[in-house]
Design a binder for this molecule. Structure first.
Ligand SMILES: Cc1cc2nc3c(=O)[nH]c(=O)nc-3n(C[C@H](O)[C@H](O)[C@H](O)COP(=O)(O)OP(=O)(O)OC[C@H]3O[C@@H](n4cnc5c(N)ncnc54)[C@H](O)[C@@H]3O)c2cc1C
Length: 355
């Protein structure tokens, strides 16, 4: 019997496979298309490379400055203490799968079709090279993304999500731009991120936002607009009936910033650690919540408050202009976990902003 089957070879699945192999747990990673390029800005906090022992050679660009835009106002923020690394997702995902293979994981191109859960094992139906196969495993790791089929079968629900609209443009940028405002982004942000060639721009929800964003950027070139869902942190799912849910399939994308790659890798590693150490599967949820819940809830709350309307966005941009507050918010943004956002934090923020 194969010990663990992982469905989905993105950051969550590839990282889970790699760490399972490090723990000497036999595993097989099933990826639908080994050439797949996930629609994504490819921005990752650079400290993730150290945490997951990744080679920086896959980084295409390093961004030391972010820019916040609201109407005519622009605020530049220096993030050189922990820059954002831009990766190309086809290459990055392939690199992560290669690391898993090197550790001993079996990686195959096949499509997950169905599963059946039994008392002591799980039976997984896949299609490889046109032929149906059944794999027997002690556990399954769902890493099949925001449209998770496993989640539909096991939990009979879907990951709560928003539809993004995005496109590649030829304009070159040296900063990651976050654009706010009711006309172009509603209660989200619109982004313009440097990419391997040119830039990637996008908006979340609302058909009009993308058009308005293009106008505000004065982009006249012919572009191909695509759409892809991004999870909301509304109905996270950790473990059920021998299945661990990781990355987008669990709904683990940080609210407000929409950072998902890091949390996909982190959750994949956590699930692997629990399985590798023979822990109780329910420890997975505990471990994740201990590390992330406060931050996820806080950013969700900040998004609701700050992005309520143009007035609150203006208030937020005023705060971002204050270097002390900038430092605190950036610390939280970049994942320094010691930042506690509570009533006391808001009191300090408001006091600072009134100085
Ligand atoms: C437009 C856009 C921009 C984004 N920009 C950023 C960003 O700049 N930074 C950031 O951190 N996050 C960003 N995100 C979020 C990020 O892309 C995701 O959170 C991250 O990719 C989640 O990783 P994952 O491994 O869980 O899922 P995915 O990366 O979606 O991987 C799932 C994999 O499963 C495979 N699969 C699916 N179904 C099956 C099946 N039935 N059988 C076999 N294989 C299957 C897919 O082919 C895919 O390779 C962005 C998202 C969008 C939509």
């Amino acid at each position: 019997m194969r010990e663990v089957v992982i469905i989905g070879g993105g950051p969550a699945g590839a990282t889970a496979a790699r760490y399972l192999s490090k723990f000497k747990v036999k595993n097989i990673l099933i990826q639908r298309d080994l050439n797949f390029k996930k629609p994504c800005g490819g921005g990752i906090r650079i400290d993730a490379f150290k945490e997951f022992d990744l080679d920086k050679k896959v980084i295409k660009k390093i961004i030391n400055e972010i820019e916040i835009f609201h109407k005519k106002r622009k605020i530049s923020i220096d993030i050189s203490q922990n820059p954002i690394a831009i990766v190309e997702r086809r290459e990055f995902d392939a690199y992560l799968r290669e690391l898993a293979k090197k550790e001993g994981s079996e990686v195959i191109e096949a499509v997950f079709l169905d599963l059946k859960i039994f008392k002591d094992y799980i039976l997984i139906k896949i299609k490889r090279e046109g032929k149906i196969e059944h794999l027997k495993a002690s556990h399954l790791i769902a890493a099949d993304g925001v449209n998770s089929k496993i989640r539909k079968i096991v939990n009979k629900d879907r990951v709560d999500s928003n539809l993004t609209r995005y496109a590649d443009i030829s304009r070159n940028l040296n900063t990651c731009q976050f654009h706010f405002g009711s006309k172009i982004a509603g209660r989200f942000y619109a982004w313009a991120f440097p990419h391997t060639k040119g830039s990637n721009i996008g908006t979340v929800n609302g058909e009009k936002y993308f058009e308005n964003f293009l106008k505000s950027l004065k982009i006249n070139e012919n572009i191909k607009v695509k759409g892809y869902k991004i999870p909301n942190f509304k109905n996270p799912l950790f473990y059920k009936d021998r299945v661990f849910f990781t990355g987008d399939s669990g709904g683990f994308v940080l609210p407000f910033t929409y950072e998902g790659i890091y949390y996909a890798m982190e959750s994949g590693k956590m699930a692997a650690e629990i399985l590798g150490k023979n822990g109780s599967p329910f420890e997975y949820e505990e471990m994740w919540k201990k590390k992330n819940l406060n931050k996820f809830k806080t950013l969700s709350l900040l998004q609701k408050i700050f992005l309520y309307n143009d007035f609150t966005i203006k208030f937020m941009t005023n705060l971002f202009a204050n270097p002390k507050i900038q430092k605190e918010i950036i610390k939280l943004w970049l994942g320094k976990r010691e930042v506690k956002i509570n009533l006391n934090f808001f009191y300090k923020v408001i006091k600072e902003s009134l100085k």
